[in-house]
Design a protein around this ligand. Structure first.
Ligand code: HEM
Ligand SMILES: *[C@@H]1O[C@H](CO)[C@@H](O)[C@H](O)[C@H]1NC(C)=O
Ligand SMILES: *[C@@H]1O[C@H](CO)[C@@H](O)[C@H](O)[C@H]1NC(C)=O
Ligand SMILES: *[C@@H]1O[C@H](CO)[C@@H](O)[C@H](O)[C@H]1NC(C)=O
Ligand SMILES: *[C@@H]1O[C@H](CO)[C@@H](O)[C@H](O)[C@H]1NC(C)=O
Ligand SMILES: *[C@@H]1O[C@H](CO)[C@@H](O)[C@H](O)[C@H]1NC(C)=O
Ligand SMILES: *[C@@H]1O[C@H](CO)[C@@H](O)[C@H](O)[C@H]1NC(C)=O
Ligand SMILES: *[C@@H]1O[C@H](CO)[C@@H](O)[C@H](O)[C@H]1NC(C)=O
Length: 514
């Protein structure tokens, strides 16, 4: 694993955390910081893991992720702002180019794309993995967009001359010295494969390295400066330095292009190597096409509600209310008392609106952080008074986002009368719409993919049921043909589209009665 003592991390202190809730930032924050819980970290830990072939292949996922990110970025043209980090490397047309030889791109993106959604691009997922690999120290921004079409070619290849490489990195926005750094930082992982570059690497006939990967340094699944120390000491086996055919010795030309000054400095100082790589990787990841607006650096919220769920029951005129809250980096103490207070819709907090949360789990995040989760289970609120805001008392201290509270919307919620018909896998969603809301349209939102695999939202219109004047909510209905697909609620209110709710599927409700 990388152990980076980073300069960039000092900039984090000045970044303001966002105000919860924000659907996009909540999703990005979770992708970045709740990586264990959301299943991303296992794709890259440990660093020598390889899930796309046998363990003795000589390859690693970590190397594939980094090369994928670089090859996606390397199409960037700083003059006109085209290309860059936009997941265009997912297109078969890009992967078929000689500059993108190898199967690492298909491997990584096939895993990443299903993880992407309306808030998290497939490349962001990839970047998250790199950030995890980089010991969590790279500042993380969201907002990347997956491209609709392939980019222009532009990834450097080993047989090009030094001038061509300098020009290529300059087009990507990097100086010659930064080029040396970025190549050395990338080439501390992985190596060159025989199958992909048979003229550079022969079949190695090694049962511990069946893909015949000639590694760039002796610690090819670790982030360290051995790529530099071995180069400077003259012991390197880097196939792009000591390859038999000098035409393809691009690392040799690049590393020597400043008289070895940069590589000497890297060899002498692991810290300099680490901090330089962190800065260069961060710039690589944030090189996006013109017009794409990245978010501020996403820092973990100290107190973050999650999976807040409201479900209306028309029979009892109640709303079942459940959820959880994450405390970031608090001392492990399972006796800690966390209370939740909430305001009803009119903004008042009765003394009854005050509960102790259940102690949950303490989840380590990498080696530096912990997330401690507390839960509250479904309990009924009066549908006529509802809920507008929650806040917490942790170790006796009020946590309410500096007086703003954590807003909770009870205007459109799933209704308990939603039901599934397991026999044919269909069912009916009922959405409860608070009567003062008066939307012109209510629909279910379903995440789908366009023809280029970009996430899109498909809207399924709902129809209003006859209104019962004794109830606080009106019911809108739609039949769907899947009981496991997750949907959120959408509506048009005063010409504005709103999105509500935790995604839910019909198999989370009861069976239809007839
Ligand atoms: C002139 C610039 C560069 C050239 C000519 C070059 C060339 C190559 C070649 C030929 C391979 C072998 C690929 C394979 O056999 O699958 C490779 C692997 C790799 N490159 Fe580069 N590279 C360059 C710059 C970079 C940069 C800037 C990075 C990252 C910041 C990077 C990251 C990697 C990684 C991680 C691998 C290992 C992939 C694996 O083992 O699966 N490269 N590079
Ligand atoms: C980069 O963009 C500029 C402006 O459109 C163009 O003149 C130049 O040819 C591009 N460079 C490359 C290498 O495509
Ligand atoms: C060296 O590599 C270049 C580029 O791949 C190739 O054109 C040339 O034929 C190779 N030379 C020898 C001697 O194999
Ligand atoms: C850089 O260092 C290597 C290894 O000591 C040496 O072989 C090479 O000649 C040096 N290159 C330059 C340009 O000084
Ligand atoms: C843990 O929390 C309990 C309840 O707030 C408190 O009494 C106790 O001192 C805490 N223990 C530590 C080690 O902080
Ligand atoms: C919430 O309940 C606790 C425990 O009964 C009590 O100490 C606290 O004062 C209450 N807070 C509010 C704001 O009612
Ligand atoms: C839904 O309503 C039924 C009937 O009132 C009740 O038995 C059930 O517990 C409710 N379920 C939820 C999740 O609120
Ligand atoms: C859903 O399907 C049922 C059974 O076919 C039907 O009675 C009902 O009208 C449908 N509801 C909607 C909103 O289309």
């Amino acid at each position: 694993m990388l152990t980076l003592a980073l300069l960039v991390s000092t900039s984090l202190a000045s970044v303001q955390a966002y105000v919860w809730p924000s659907p996009q930032l909540d999703a990005l924050e979770a992708m970045r910081w709740d990586q264990n819980r959301f299943g991303i970290a296992p794709l890259i830990r440990p660093c020598d893991l390889f899930i796309f072939g046998p363990a003795n292949s000589g390859r690693s996922n970590a190397a594939d992720w980094i090369r994928t990110a670089y090859h996606d970025m390397a199409t960037y043209n700083i003059t006109d702002g085209t290309g860059g980090m936009d997941a265009s490397i997912r297109f078969a047309a890009e992967q078929a180019r000689p500059e993108n030889a190898g199967d690492g791109f298909a491997n990584t993106l096939n895993v990443l794309q299903p993880v992407s959604n309306r808030y998290v691009s497939s490349l962001l997922t990839s970047l998250t993995l790199i950030r995890i690999a980089a010991a969590q120290k790279l500042p993380s921004r969201g907002g990347r967009l997956d491209a609709a079409v392939p980019n222009q070619p532009g990834v450097p290849e080993p047989q090009e001359g030094l001038d061509s490489h300098v020009a290529s990195f300059s087009r990507q926005g990097f100086t010659k010295e930064e080029m040396i750094g970025l190549v050395a930082c990338g080439h501390t992982f992985g190596g060159v494969q025989h199958a992909t570059f048979p003229t550079i690497v022969p079949d190695l006939h090694d049962s511990n390295n069946v893909d015949s990967v000639a590694h760039f340094d002796t610690t090819n699944t670790h982030f360290d400066n051995n790529v530099a120390t071995e180069y400077i000491s003259g012991t390197t086996l880097n196939p792009l330095v000591v390859g038999l055919n000098d035409t393809t010795n691009s690392d040799k030309r690049i590393f020597g292009s400043d008289g070895n000054a940069t590589m000497e400095a890297f060899a002498q100082s692991p810290d300099l190597f680490a901090s330089t790589c962190a800065n260069l990787f961060a710039r690589m990841l944030d090189t996006v096409p013109k017009g794409v607006q990245l978010t501020d650096v996403i820092t973990p919220l100290p107190v973050k509600p999650n999976t807040i769920k409201l479900i209306y029951d028309a029979l009892t005129e109640t709303i079942a209310f459940s959820g959880e809250v994450r405390l970031w980096d608090v001392p492990a103490n399972l006796s800690r008392v966390v209370r939740m207070l909430w305001d009803d819709r009119s903004g008042s907090t009765s003394t009854a609106n005050n509960i102790t949360l259940s102690t949950g789990s303490i989840i380590p995040i990498g080696s530096r952080h912990t997330a401690t989760w507390y839960f509250f289970n479904l309990f009924p609120l009066s549908a006529s008074s509802g809920v507008s805001s929650i806040r917490f008392v942790v170790d006796g201290k009020l946590e309410d986002q500096q007086g703003k509270g954590f807003a909770v919307n009870d205007d459109l919620v799933f209704a308990n009368s939603s039901c599934s018909m397991p026999a044919d896998g269909t069912g009916t969603f009922d959405v409860a719409v608070r009567k003062d809301v008066a939307p012109t349209r209510v629909y279910l939102e379903q995440t789908s993919r366009d023809s280029t695999s970009r996430p899109i939202i498909v809207e399924i219109d709902m129809t209003p049921k006859p209104v019962d004047s004794s109830k606080a909510y009106a019911i809108w209905s739609a039949n769907v043909s899947s009981t496991f697909e997750s949907y959120t609620i959408g509506a048009e209110v005063g010409g504005v589209k709103i999105t509500r709710g935790l995604g839910m599927s019909l198999n989370q409700f009861g069976e239809c009665s007839s």
